[in-house]
Design a protein around this ligand. Structure first.
Ligand code: SF4
Length: 212
């Protein structure tokens, strides 16, 4: 993609291969072209993205278990009250997690143990109802979806999106724009306001070059 590698100071973030760089983050330019829905419409999609559970950092598991009494108050009859059933037993090495290790949430009643029957994340419900930030207990990779990290790069989770009929890869009829424009909160969560503003500047350059 050398035709994109023009007129952009490296320290400002340069197009290199299919990646651009903002602060210390390597970002896949797929986020400029992949589409997404205007918002997560849970009554329509039924939180389909949560059916398989998620991998969480070991520190996140610790934090969730430290709040188990609060979380239990908001779980419904489709969710396991036995905390031993919340996470898989096996831990995995993965450099895309801060501690270098992760563990999966269990699937129970065909959905992530933390998904309520209405399609909401009980970790978010618990946090909001106790005056915490909405994402205080929610796993990082759930907060940033449809973004993810893969081999050190911030990217669009095309693998997960493959199987999602409402917002996924094939649901272009529901898409309202590219991920870079729609998922502002998710980008800011990762890059900060200044990092997102920088990425938008690079995106403008990318659009100009693409339309030449
Ligand atoms: S932890 Fe919450 S947001 Fe993440 S997959 Fe489970 S229910 Fe969904």
């Amino acid at each position: 993609m050398s035709e994109l590698n023009v007129g952009v100071e490296p320290e400002r973030g340069a197009f290199q291969g299919k990646f651009v760089y903002v602060k210390n983050f390597k970002i896949d330019t797929i986020v400029f072209s992949a589409g997404f829905v205007p918002f997560c419409n849970v009554p329509v999609c039924r939180a389909n993205c949560c059916y398989w559970g998620v991998y969480v950092d070991l520190k996140e598991r610790e934090k969730i278990l430290a709040h188990k009494d609060l979380i239990l108050k908001f779980m419904d009859e489709t969710q396991p009250k036995d905390v031993e059933l919340w996470f898989e037993k096996e831990e995995w090495e993965d450099p895309d997690f801060p501690s270098g290790k992760c563990v999966g949430t269990n699937v129970y009643n065909d959905k992530c143990v933390f998904l309520t029957k209405e399609g909401y994340c009980v970790l978010q419900v618990s946090a909001v109802n106790s005056g915490m930030h909405q994402w205080a207990l929610k796993p990082f990779y759930c907060c940033i979806y449809p973004l993810t990290f893969w081999e050190g790069a911030l990217t669009y989770d095309d693998d997960h999106a493959e199987d999602l009929p409402y917002c996924g890869l094939r649901a272009t009829h529901n898409h309202a724009g590219p991920v870079i424009e729609i998922c502002k909160d998710e980008f800011i969560y990762v890059l900060g306001e200044d990092g997102y503003a920088e990425l938008l500047r690079i995106y403008d350059e990318w659009k100009k070059l693409k339309n030449k």
